[in-house]
Design a binder for this molecule. Structure first.
Ligand SMILES: Cc1cc2nc3c(=O)[nH]c(=O)nc-3n(C[C@H](O)[C@H](O)[C@H](O)COP(=O)(O)OP(=O)(O)OC[C@H]3O[C@@H](n4cnc5c(N)ncnc54)[C@H](O)[C@@H]3O)c2cc1C
Length: 374
């Protein structure tokens, strides 16, 4: 960072007019940036799959078999077995369980949860840049973040919990977030909240990132305890590639590797002329399914048939934003469930919110059953 500068309270208020009068100055980092993390993950996965990578969804590693101290095979909970000489454990909050499968037991996972508010779009006090407090050793602090889609994100706080799967939101946690951000922008109000959620960072004890090979278990590598580091992903990948090479993996550059990945064209980002052209070409562009985010049936159908396929309500939400808006899927989810069942050619009762066990439709109602019996 070469162009950051200390600024007076006056200059800070020019940059963020809604800043509190109590603010005495700031540190301005003009190139600080925010990305759409969902899009980044899907884009990387799509490109990997188009170049030959296989993705196994809803498949958990259950055991790892060694032969003569070398990785041999990975066993999964759905009977799928993967023969391999190398694995990289990057299982986040569950990494220590995987390490123990190969006899590595020098750390445990710690649940470092963070609660987050998402506020509505177009708020008069919304800043156009990140407004961070002074960082503390345990985190960057409770942030105010303008997202790429125009919402404002508040949080996260830091709460150590007993269970890495505990993603409940709490009144105390949300109040802590609100109190902290209101010191910087007093107008921020919980009434502008669209949703709240909790995420758990994959921290470990002892702390710190572990990017390493384990000499006693040949072919076993780890990238674990990677907290607050989505942004460091590409650099971590390069480090792991070097470690794999150092540990004997022979890598060959693919001659026909295709770097180009084409995303889903978003109707709500098109000009009126483009919209008319798209609707004329495919009338499904004329069916607005999610009114809050202006998402069409055509975009949802495209997401379902892409790699990786979007086959649940949450996958559709993260891919094309149907359900991300103010009504939080209250209106569009029944329509999206119908479209998923139709396009996947499966009974509507099998469509899930996210993983198996989260089916949305329990059974047909009385009227429909009467019709079936007639
Ligand atoms: C509240 C919060 C705030 C954050 N703030 C920031 C930030 O400011 N900046 C930033 O860059 N990043 C931030 N992050 C990102 C985060 O801290 C991590 O750095 C990042 O998510 C770690 O990525 P990972 O791939 O190691 O783990 P994860 O993203 O957790 O991925 C682990 C994967 O392993 C899979 N898995 C687990 N067990 C098994 C098994 N048995 N079999 C098969 N698969 C398994 C999981 O399903 C998951 O897909 C934040 C995260 C949270 C929750």
């Amino acid at each position: 960072v070469y162009d950051a500068e200390l600024v007076s309270a006056e200059r800070a208020k020019e940059i963020v007019p809604s800043l509190s009068d109590e603010v005495r100055g700031g540190f301005w980092v003009p190139r600080d940036a925010v990305i759409d993390v969902f899009e980044m993950v899907y884009a990387s996965m799509q490109n990997a799959m188009e170049n030959g990578v296989k993705l196994l969804l809803n498949t958990a590693v259950k055991d790892i078999q060694l032969e003569n101290g070398r990785i041999q095979r990975v066993l999964t909970d759905n009977g799928y077995e993967i023969e391999t000489s190398y694995i990289v454990n990057c299982a986040g909050c569950f990494a220590s369980g995987i390490s123990r499968m190969v006899g590595v037991d020098d750390y445990s996972n710690v649940a470092k949860a963070g609660e987050i508010y998402i506020l509505d779009k177009n708020l008069p006090y919304a800043p156009s840049c990140l407004v961070n407090p002074l960082p503390k050793p345990e985190s960057r602090g409770i942030l105010i973040v303008p997202t790429v889609h125009g919402n404002t994100l508040l949080g996260p706080n830091v709460e150590y919990r007993d269970d890495v799967e505990d993603t409940a939101t709490t009144r105390a946690g949300l109040e802590q977030v609100l109190k902290s951000v209101q010191r910087r922008i007093p107008q921020i109000s919980a009434a502008d909240s669209v949703t709240q959620f909790t995420g758990v960072r994959p921290t470990s004890d002892p702390g710190g990132w572990k990017m390493r090979a384990i000499p006693e278990v040949k072919g076993y590598l780890e990238a674990v305890g990677i907290t607050g580091a989505f942004g460091a992903g590409p650099a971590i990948a390069v480090t792991m590639r070097e470690l794999l090479i150092e540990n004997g993996l022979k890598l060959k550059k693919k001659k026909n590797w295709d770097p180009v990945r084409v995303g889903i064209r978003r109707f709500n980002q098109m000009s009126q002329k483009e919209r008319n052209e798209y609707v004329a070409r495919d009338p499904l562009y004329g069916h607005i399914i999610c009114r809050c985010e202006t998402v069409t049936e055509a975009e949802i159908v495209e997401a379902i048939h892409r790699v990786p396929p979007a086959q649940t309500l949450d996958a559709i939400k993260r891919r094309v934003r149907a359900g991300m808006g103010r009504c939080q899927a209250g209106f569009c989810s029944p329509r999206v469930v119908e479209i998923l069942a139709r396009e996947m050619k499966v009974p509507i009762e099998t469509i899930c919110k996210n993983e198996p066990g989260s089916e949305i439709v329990v059974r047909r109602n009385r009227m429909e059953r009467k019709d079936e019996n007639a």
